[in-house]
Design a protein around this ligand. Sequence first.
Ligand SMILES: Cc1cc2nc3c(=O)[nH]c(=O)nc-3n(C[C@H](O)[C@H](O)[C@H](O)COP(=O)(O)O)c2cc1C
Length: 327
Amino acid sequence: MNIGKLQITNPLLLAPMSGYTDSPFRQLCKESGADIVYTEFVSSEGIIRGSEKTYEYLTFKPPEKPIGIQIFGHNPDSMAAAAQYIEENYQPDIIDLNFGCSVRKVIKKNAGAALLKDLDLLESIAAAVVKAVKTPVTAKIRTGWNHQSIVALEVAKRLENAGIKALTIHPRTASDGYRNKANWNIIAEVKQSLKIPVIGNGDIKTPEDVTRMFNVTGCDAVMIGRGAIGNPWIFRQSKDLLEGAPSYASPSVSDQLNMCLRHIQMERKFYDDEHTNRIMKKFYRWYIREFPNASELRNQLMQSATLADTIRIIEESVSDLATSNET
Ligand SMILES: Cc1cc2nc3c(=O)[nH]c(=O)nc-3n(C[C@H](O)[C@H](O)[C@H](O)COP(=O)(O)O)c2cc1C
């Protein structure tokens, strides 16, 4: 796949996920084989207003590159100004436009997936951003507002005409939320009608799903979201299969707990303990899911008041595992 200067074969991308894909998690995924990572969506209006919190979302470290910064908004001028600000101050490899978010507070502002109901505005946002920056601009869409208005093909063509360099499709409608199965056939249809690279996304849970997504849809790249939460190994494992290995190595339960500890330490370099404790509570159930007695350990971690306690609990679990493996 080629996007601007990026040339990567069968690339695997970490999906933008608000509340999850912060710099430490992006770095872990990068180390584990992700080719391109994305920030969570950032409000163009927030960028223009100069909100502190917004700048935190835009910050990334050199090992995260290549990286895409994703923005959302409903006003072409604001989106263009935000993209220019990002280009001047952060220099990501990609600026991605969010036309897929179905969260109420975004829809209410006529942004994200709400733009799938106003294709002229969506197109003018894309054209304004493409015109404003030299950085390659990409976009991420759902297939339509609801099942009575599937517009993926039309949106895809309009975005290609507007100068978008690649298109990610999460093939659900806004009204689906995360219900129903992602309809990979629509990815295949769009792929056949575009010249720019198409990135397939939706319901990748295993390395085998990645191979299947490439084969079934003919897409140029695969983007993984929830399947990578607490499971950064999925990138390396998928690459092994794609490169023809008959199987891939799976992390042991201790590996999973140790990765969780590493994740905590990386978050701690960025944030205070309170923030780290809060964000990590979203990840524990995924890192410990194969631990014998996972629900008891999870309760302890969720109730732990301090990060020091949390680390002690996980370290003790690792050493309990070692002892039980010896006996
Ligand atoms: C918690 C969460 C937050 C998300 N935040 C974003 C976001 O900021 N921008 C975006 O384009 N998509 C966002 N998404 C959608 C994902 O990028 C992805 O399209 C979706 O989860 C389907 O892929 P998956 O089945 O691999 O998870 C989010 C999804 C989840 C679960």
